[in-house]
Design a protein around this ligand. Structure first.
Ligand SMILES: NC(=O)c1ccc[n+]([C@@H]2O[C@H](COP(=O)([O-])OP(=O)(O)OC[C@H]3O[C@@H](n4cnc5c(N)ncnc54)[C@H](OP(=O)(O)O)[C@@H]3O)[C@@H](O)[C@H]2O)c1
Length: 263
C-alpha cells in the first residue's frame, strides 16, 4: 500500500506527534488534528522544514459534534484522498479515581473522544477507502483493554471497545482491501517536560515505560505486516501472556491491591 496522505489525530503532542514525525520522515503528507491550533502549527512548520512534506492543520475538538464534522468532511473529500487515518487522540483516565468519585462530565468527555469520535472518523475513512479499494485505519487502544483497571474504569472500558470494534471492522473491510489495526501500548513516555518531572516520582518501575518512537515503529510495522491487534514491545507481550495464564479471579485480586484507593 502506498501512503501519500495520512490524518493523525492528537498530533500536537505525545504519541500522535511521534506518528506525525515518523510518517513525514517517510515522505507521507499529513493532516494534523488537535484542539490547540498554535501547537499544531508549530509541529507542522517543523515537519515541513525538516522533511519537505505537505502538512495541513485542522484545529478541532473531537469530543464535540462540530469538531468531528470538520474531520469527517476532510476524510470524505474524494479530491484529496486520505490513505491512512491514525485515531490517536484519546482522553486519559484523568486523575486516577474511583468511578463513584469521578465527575460525570469527565466521563462523558472521555467516551465522546475515545469511542464516539473514533467510531465516526473510522466510518468516514473506511467508507471513502472502500470506494478506492485501498487504505488503512490505525486505532490507538491500550494494554488497559485487556485488564481490569481500578481507578480508570471508563478509560479501560473505552480501550476494550476500541480493540473489539477494530477487530470487527477489520473483518468487514478486508474484502475491500482496507486494513484496520488496533495498537495497544503500555505506559509510554509522552516526551514533555511535565511528564519528565512526574516520572521521577512515578511508582511504576522504569522497565514498564516505553519510548513513543518505539511504539510508533511497532504500530507501523504491525500495519505493514497486516496484524490486527498489536501490543508493542516484547516485555508487554510477555506480561499479557502471563496475565492470560492466571485465573481471572486472581488477576482481579492483584489489580485490586495494586490500585487500592486510600480509605
Ligand atoms: N501515554 C501512555 O502511557 C499511553 C498508554 C497507552 C495508550 N495511550 C493512548 O495513546 C493515545 C495518545 O496518548 P498520549 O499519552 O500521547 O496523549 P497526550 O500526550 O495527552 O496527547 C494527546 C493529544 O490529543 C489531543 N487531544 C486531546 N483531547 C482532544 C480532543 N478533545 N480533540 C482533539 N484532540 C485532542 C491533544 O492536543 P490538544 O490538547 O491541543 O487537543 C494532544 O495532541 C491516547 O489514545 C492514549 O489513550 C497512551
Amino acid at each position: 500500500m502506498t501512503l501519500r496522505t495520512a490524518v493523525v489525530t492528537g498530533a500536537s503532542a505525545g504519541i500522535g506527534e511521534a506518528f506525525a514525525e515518523a510518517l513525514a520522515r517517510n515522505g507521507v503528507g499529513l493532516v494534523l488534528v488537535a484542539r490547540r491550533q498554535e501547537l499544531l502549527e508549530r509541529v507542522a512548520n517543523r515537519l515541513r522544514d525538516r522533511y519537505g512534506v505537505h502538512v495541513e492543520v485542522l484545529a478541532a475538538d473531537l469530543s464535540e459534534p462540530a469538531g468531528r464534522a470538520v474531520v469527517t468532511a476532510r476524510l470524505s473529500d474524494s479530491d484529496h484522498p486520505v490513505d491512512l487515518l491514525v485515531n490517536n487522540a484519546g482522553a486519559g483516565s484523568g486523575r486516577p479515581n474511583l468511578l463513584a468519585d469521578q465527575p460525570p462530565d469527565h466521563l462523558d468527555d472521555t467516551i465522546a473522544l475515545n469511542v464516539t469520535a473514533l467510531v465516526q472518523l473510522t466510518r468516514a475513512a473506511v467508507s471513502a477507502m472502500r470506494e478506492r479499494r485501498s487504505g488503512a485505519v490505525l486505532n490507538v487502544a491500550s494494554v488497559a483493554a485487556f485488564l481490569p483497571q481500578p481507578q480508570g474504569a471508563v478509560y479501560a472500558a473505552t480501550k476494550a471497545f476500541v480493540t473489539s470494534f477494530t477487530e470487527t471492522v477489520h473483518c468487514e473491510m478486508r474484502q475491500f482491501g482496507v486494513r484496520v489495526v488496533a495498537v495497544c501500548p503500555g505506559f509510554t513516555r509522552r516526551g514533555d517536560a511535565a511528564e519528565r518531572g512526574g516520572m521521577r516520582s512515578s511508582p511504576m518501575p522504569a522497565f514498564l515505560w516505553l519510548d513513543r518512537e518505539a511504539v510508533v515503529r511497532d504500530a507501523l510495522a504491525a500495519l505493514a505486516a497486516g496484524r490486527v491487534v498489536s501490543v508493542p514491545s516484547a516485555r508487554y507481550r510477555l506480561l499479557l501472556g502471563a496475565a492470560r495464564l492466571l485465573p481471572r479471579r486472581a488477576l482481579r485480586r492483584g489489580f485490586e491491591r495494586l490500585w487500592a484507593a486510600p480509605r
